[in-house]
Write a protein that binds this ligand. Structure first.
Ligand SMILES: [Zn+2]
Length: 291
């Protein structure tokens, strides 16, 4: 008897951006709940999801992005690795499907130091996953999460997040680069997007129209926060600033016709931002059969 397939195609999709190829590489997804969602009633959030034909449990996708310029293979964020159970950890398999081994990664740029972005830096035993890579993190982000005194003073509930950030970077030792400049790697410009975390950083690559902005965690729930940018998450370190940054970035992306990518946008992870009757709409980018 014939079997029905249950495995999806590998979770990666490529686009050409200027002189680079940028590949969205999926790390996993989960149906969650509204416990950490602020600024909207659960019933109203469900109504938005229903109107978008989504499951009424919120869907959290995790993406990473690979940037290849012919000289370097740069990975932006690393997903959750083994730290969030079956939620994530598909990065290395999907990278392999895209033709890369961990040793092929020259640099990892981090948008911020939350578990679902740094978890893939290490394997289940805590050893470095990327044996050659230098790790780049904005100084403001490193100063917040990697300061032992601040970690010791943190509220009990936040201590695990400090410990996770430190443990993820520890095996890289002197290969961790805390940057302050605007272009940590040639051709990839850093854009400060504070609020979700103090050093939350997006990365810009020039190309057609306004090029690509990989905006990190500007959205966690893309269907809801595009329409209602005032919706925040309990994990936002400064929710007021996070909302202001989100509104500023949506406005800029819509005006400048930027291609955007995000770690929690629905896979395959590229979209444009359009003005909508309520807030904004994320319009998925066209899939291209060849670059
Ligand atoms: Zn995140």
């Amino acid at each position: 008897m014939a079997m029905m397939p249950t495995e999806q195609a590998p979770g990666f999709q490529r686009r050409r951006v200027g002189g680079t190829v940028v590949t969205a590489v999926n790390d996993g997804m989960i149906l969650g709940n509204f416990d950490a969602v602020r600024g909207i009633e659960a019933s109203a959030a469900e109504a938005v999801l229903r109107s978008c034909f989504r499951p009424v449990e919120p869907t959290f996708t995790i993406n990473t992005y690979l940037v290849q310029d012919g000289a370097r293979n740069v990975l932006i964020d690393t997903g959750s690795g083994s730290l969030m159970g079956a939620f994530g950890g598909r990065l290395l398999g999907n990278l392999r499907a895209a033709g890369l081994a961990p040793g092929d990664i020259d640099a990892v740029l981090l948008t911020h130091l939350h578990i679902d972005h740094v978890g893939g830096l290490t394997d289940a035993a805590g050893a470095a996953s990327f044996e050659r890579a230098e790790i780049f993190v904005a100084e403001a982000e490193g100063a917040f999460w990697l300061d032992p005194e601040r970690a010791a003073r943190a509220p009990e509930a936040m201590r695990p997040a400090f410990a996770t950030a430190a443990a993820a970077l520890a095996p890289y030792g002197a290969r961790v680069r805390r940057f302050t400049g605007l272009e940590p790697i040639p051709g990839i410009r850093a854009e400060s997007l504070p609020g979700h975390t103090p050093g939350h950083t997006g990365y810009r690559i020039d190309g057609d129209a306004g090029g690509l902005l990989i905006w990190g965690d500007i959205v966690h729930l893309p269907d809801i926060q595009s329409r209602r940018p005032g919706v925040t998450l309990a994990f936002d370190i400064d929710p007021v600033q996070a909302e202001a940054t989100r509104r500023r970035v949506f406005d800029m992306a819509a005006r400048d016709r930027l291609l955007v990518a995000g770690m929690h946008m629905h896979f395959p992870g590229f979209a444009n931002v359009a003005l909508a009757s309520e807030g904004y709409a994320l319009v998925p980018a066209l899939w291209m059969p060849a670059l």
